[in-house]
Design a protein around this ligand. Structure first.
Ligand SMILES: NC(=O)c1ccc[n+]([C@@H]2O[C@H](COP(=O)([O-])OP(=O)(O)OC[C@H]3O[C@@H](n4cnc5c(N)ncnc54)[C@H](O)[C@@H]3O)[C@@H](O)[C@H]2O)c1
Length: 351
């Protein structure tokens, strides 16, 4: 079978996309693009990719590609995705899908119109623990899931402090749209992506703004956000995300589901990006705990999954529809935080 020709735009996270594609025998990363010439040269050399472009647009104009990864700052996800779809490519876009739900809606509509795929890099699904838990939930082991809590906090972990991550005009928001988006997706995916009907959100910028003032850098996004989401099936989900919080842990990620027959947790261990998973069950009058035991079944990279779905003509996970639903929740949480009251969501739009 012929290899899919892949192009990668934005070579921060983009370098992991290249490595991810290189795990699939039917994919070849033939071109890369980045506005930073130093990074372009460094990553081009590292992965031995000769065809290098100073912009995604130029790459799309000059190359005939099948698949494009968009790994730029959030502001450029929409224009580069639209350009890639226009050029006849399937798109794997980094999270968050876009700056807001309006942009995400346009991206999804363009993909549908072009008859091309769009996948969002919700990479925290692609861990052994997440995949194993998903199989348990789908098998009905938890019974009916009625409540969930999903968090990602950092004691002091402001990405590229003062750079694009800290600027609303480039990022769309702070840790909620950056970290919260991963934990939200994970909880929603495990819960079967129920439809949100209203949210209550609150954002804060106390520690981040004080640090920014001290260092004389830009910082106009939240440093901590919390939210409560109600779904049409009656279930609720609590989300928390921060880059700067006075907690013990350097890095704390945890997603819990509460069901009528059992509960689960997926959390990071020892403040690292390694995870563990447990189930809490009641069986024949006794309470049992189950822990996922290593070695765990291996999972593919998101890039392998995307390519494999294309070549085998099978549906992929982490769809544009799910990316859009997350953006709708984020929009509503930010709006609720700004207005200081709950916000209703009807047909995907805030009221
Ligand atoms: N899935 C994950 O786990 C994960 C982790 C980190 C970041 N991300 C996401 O990846 C994206 C990039 O984040 P990052 O940490 O790599 O940022 P980064 O700043 O390290 O890298 C972004 C790169 O994009 C380049 N760039 C900027 N504007 C561009 C444009 N218009 N066209 C082409 N290149 C451009 C920059 O020069 C830079 O090399 C963000 O959307 C972020 O949310 C995802």
């Amino acid at each position: 079978m012929k290899k899919l020709r892949v192009g990668v735009i934005g070579l921060g996270m983009g370098r992991y996309h290249i490595a991810g594609y290189q795990t699939h025998p039917n994919a070849e990363v033939v071109a890369v693009a980045d506005v930073d010439p130093t990074r372009l040269a460094e990553i081009g050399d590292k992965f031995g990719i000769a065809r290098r472009y100073p912009s995604g647009e130029q790459m799309l104009h000059d190359e005939k590609l099948d698949v494009v990864s968009v790994g730029t700052p959030n502001k450029f996800h929409k224009p580069l995705t639209l350009a890639a779809l226009e050029a006849g490519c399937h798109v794997l876009c980094e999270k968050p899908m876009a700056m807001n739900a309006d942009e995400a809606r346009q991206m999804l509509a363009a993909a549908q119109q072009a008859g091309k795929r769009i996948m969002i890099n919700f990479s925290y699904r692609f861990t052994e623990q997440s995949m194993a838990l998903k199989r348990q939930v789908d098998a009905g082991v938890l019974g009916e899931v009625y409540y969930a809590r999903t968090i990602w906090h950092r004691r002091r972990g402001l990405p590229g402090f003062g750079g694009w991550f800290s600027q609303k005009a480039l990022a769309g928001g702070g840790p909620l749209i950056d970290l919260g988006v991963h934990r939200l997706d994970l909880a929603l995916w495990l819960m079967g992506y129920p439809k949100p009907v209203w949210v209550m959100g609150s954002t804060y910028n106390r520690i981040g703004s004080a640090l920014a003032k001290e260092k004389g850098v830009a910082f106009d996004v939240e440093d901590l956000a919390a939210g409560f989401i109600k779904f049409d099936n009656g279930a609720t989900l609590e989300v928390e995300a921060s880059w700067a919080a006075n907690i013990a842990e350097k890095e704390l990620m945890e997603t819990r589901l509460f069901g009528t027959q059992g509960g689960l947790v997926q959390r990071n261990v020892e403040e690292t990006y390694k995870f563990e998973a447990e189930l809490y069950l009641e069986r024949n009058g006794a309470q049992f705990d189950m822990k996922l035991h290593p070695p765990t079944p291996p999972v593919p990279t998101p890039m392998y999954h995307f390519v494999d779905s294309i070549v085998s003509d099978a549906p992929h996970i982490a769809t544009g529809e799910e990316g859009l639903l997350v953006m709708e929740i984020l929009d509503a949480l930010y709006q609720s935080a700004a207005e200081g009251q709950p916000v209703k969501i009807r047909d995907g739009r805030t009221q």
